[in-house]
Every structure is written in C-alpha cells, then in structure tokens.
Design a binder for this molecule. Structure first.
Ligand code: GDP
Ligand code: CA
Length: 311
C-alpha cells in the first residue's frame, strides 16, 4: 500500500500517474484540509475535491478547480441578489459541497463523507482527510488576518504575507486510519504540493510528523520547485515566510527529519548535491506533469527511489 500526502492540483496530477502504476485500491491519499472554507452555507474542501475530480477524469484543468463543463446558475443568481461571489463554485461542485454539508450536519465524520464522495465519482483510492476536525489556514498580512482562500483567491497573494497558521490544529487528531496507513505503508510519497499550506498543514496535525519519522516505510518527496520557481500557486510567496528558500534544497530542508529521498527536477540538477548533503537520496528527472504519461513516468521514478532507499 502506498500513502500519498496531497494538496491540490500538483498532487492530483501526480496521483493520476500513481494510479497508473499502483492499483488504486492500494493507494491511500492523506489530503490537506487547511484550505477548507464555509461559504454560501456549504462546506468546501478544495484539495480533497480537486483530487477526486482529477482521478474521476472530470477536473476542469483550464480553471484549475471544479468540474469540467459545469454551469454557474447558482453563482449568477447569487450575484444578482447582491452577494459577493469572489469564491466561484459551479452548480455541480456546489451540489457536492451541499451534500457534504448535509451529511456533516447529520453528524457524519469528514473521512466517511470524503470516501463517499470519491466512491460516488467512481474513484477507487482511499481518500482520507488529514483530520476530521474543522481547521483552516489563516494568513496574517499587512492588511490584517484573513482566511487562506481570501488571501489566495480574492487577493491573488498580492498582499505581503507576514505569517501563516493553522487555526484549530491544537485540538485536531489525525483522521482515523491516517497514522495506521503511514505505519503500515510500503512507501509514503509527498506529492509536489505547496510545502507551507498543503504539506506543511498536514505535518502540523498532531502525530502525523512523528508517524513519518517512525514509519519503517521509505518516505520520498517530489520537489514542487522547477527551475528555481513554482509552476503554479503561491509557494514562492509563502516559503520565505517560514524562512525557507524557494529551491529544491530549501523545500527538502523542511522535511529533513523524516525524508529518505527527494525527486528533483532536471532543471534544478545543479542543486541536487545540496539536497543529498541534507542526508537523503536524490533522483533527478523531468517532473513537469504536462501529460498523464509524464505523470506516470514520474510516479514510477518516485516509487523506484523509494525502493532504492529501502534496500
Ligand atoms: P497544492 O497542490 O494545493 O499545494 O497547490 P498547487 O497544485 O496549486 O501547487 C502546489 C505546488 O505544486 C506548486 O509549488 C507547483 O509548483 C507544484 N506543481 C504543480 N504542478 C507541478 C508539476 O507538474 N510538477 C512539479 N514538480 N510541481 C508541480
Ligand atoms: Ca491547496
């Protein structure tokens, strides 16, 4: 069984490759819920849903969120009523969120709801949120504190960030199955996701980081930095906030206590020795997942590195 710690789009692309190499039933996703937001009366889980939609083959690649071909009747009506619709949700996407909200309101735990949504979309991987507890990332900026989605979607990360914290994490427990999956895995993979607000939030849930240190499974990550830059997202703005350089060794150093191997993009080959100097094995390859075939090749190389560090 392979465990993949996952954020949004970068992780979803990677997972699309992983399930071409490993049977989906043997893949456990531990997904970030720090991006979750309650808005328009529904509970949105952007990263869990991005992964589900991508694996189901219905992800809207062009917009970078939501379901392909979705309509936006609800948002149009909301806007007419004078509501601020800065956080766009398509009609089907909103339906998924409304279904989740109803089940949560009836007392269901998020990990059961997430698994149900994945199954409903024909996705066979095991989808676990990092925690069932309500948590969300707060970004402190020069204009005050705001929800991560406000910082990212409303302000496009154009306001200088001063600090980032995960509200509610002290009282959070890993979702049932998370620690056990990490302990029993054949390999644990860190998808190329945001090191601060995706992987970083997962690592803050009490017990998860310790489980990664203690597991007998090889733990291998894929660099989200390509050619010294981010491919998408705002990690370049947030890495300096946590004192990390925007580079492959800068990211690897954040995981140095538990990472056995790191896949570095060929464009960053010159920095590979610095990653190795942190005490981990390195594989250098093309990590740009512009096609499912490329994602599959990257998944194979990542799993091969996991095999190699285990041997
Ligand atoms: P997240 O997955 O929710 O953290 O957010 P994004 O998917 O928007 O981006 C997170 C990180 O993934 C960014 O730092 C991107 O550079 C990285 N990323 C996205 N696509 C790729 C890819 O094809 N290859 C690699 N190596 N990194 C990627
Ligand atoms: Ca995300």
């Amino acid at each position: 069984m392979v465990v993949v710690l996952a954020g949004g789009v970068g992780a979803a692309r990677f997972l699309r490759g992983v399930v071409r190499v490993v049977a989906p039933e043997d893949v456990t996703v531990v997904g970030n819920t720090g991006d979750d937001i309650d808005i328009y009366g529904v509970h949105v889980c952007p990263d869990l849903d991005i992964v589900t939609y991508m694996l189901a083959g219905v992800f809207d690649e062009e917009r970078g969120f939501g379901i392909i071909g979705d309509t936006h009747g609800v948002m149009d009506e909301l806007a007419k009523s004078g509501a601020d619709t800065w956080f766009a949700l398509g009609d089907r996407d909103l339906g998924v969120c409304a279904g989740r909200t109803k089940l949560l309101g009836d007392g269901a735990e998020l990990h059961r709801v997430a698994q149900g949504i994945a199954q409903h979309f024909g996705v066979r991987v095991r989808m676990l949120p990092m925690t069932d507890a309500p948590v969300h990332t707060v970004v402190e900026t020069q204009q005050g504190e705001m929800h991560f989605q406000e910082y990212w979607v409303r302000h496009r990360a154009n306001i200088p960030a001063l600090s980032v914290r995960l509200e509610g994490v002290e009282a959070a427990l890993p979702a049932p199955g998370v620690l056990d999956a990490i302990a029993r895995a054949d390999a644990v993979l860190l998808a190329p996701s945001n090191p601060v607000v995706s992987i970083g939030t997962i690592l803050q849930v009490p017990g998860i980081r310790e489980a990664l240190v203690e597991t007998r499974a090889p733990v291998v990550g894929v660099s989200p930095i390509v050619g010294g830059r981010v491919m998408r997202g705002m990690a370049d703005k947030l890495l300096p906030v946590v004192g990390a350089e925007v580079s492959a060794p800068g990211v690897a150093a954040l995981y140095v206590d538990f990472l056995d191997g790191f896949v570095v993009d060929e464009q960053d080959a010159a920095r590979a020795a610095e990653v190795e100097a942190l005490g981990m094995r390195v594989a250098v390859t093309n990590t740009v997942m512009d096609t499912p075939e490329r994602a599959e090749a990257l998944a194979k190389e990542t799993l091969a590195l996991a095999q190699a560090v285990r041997a």
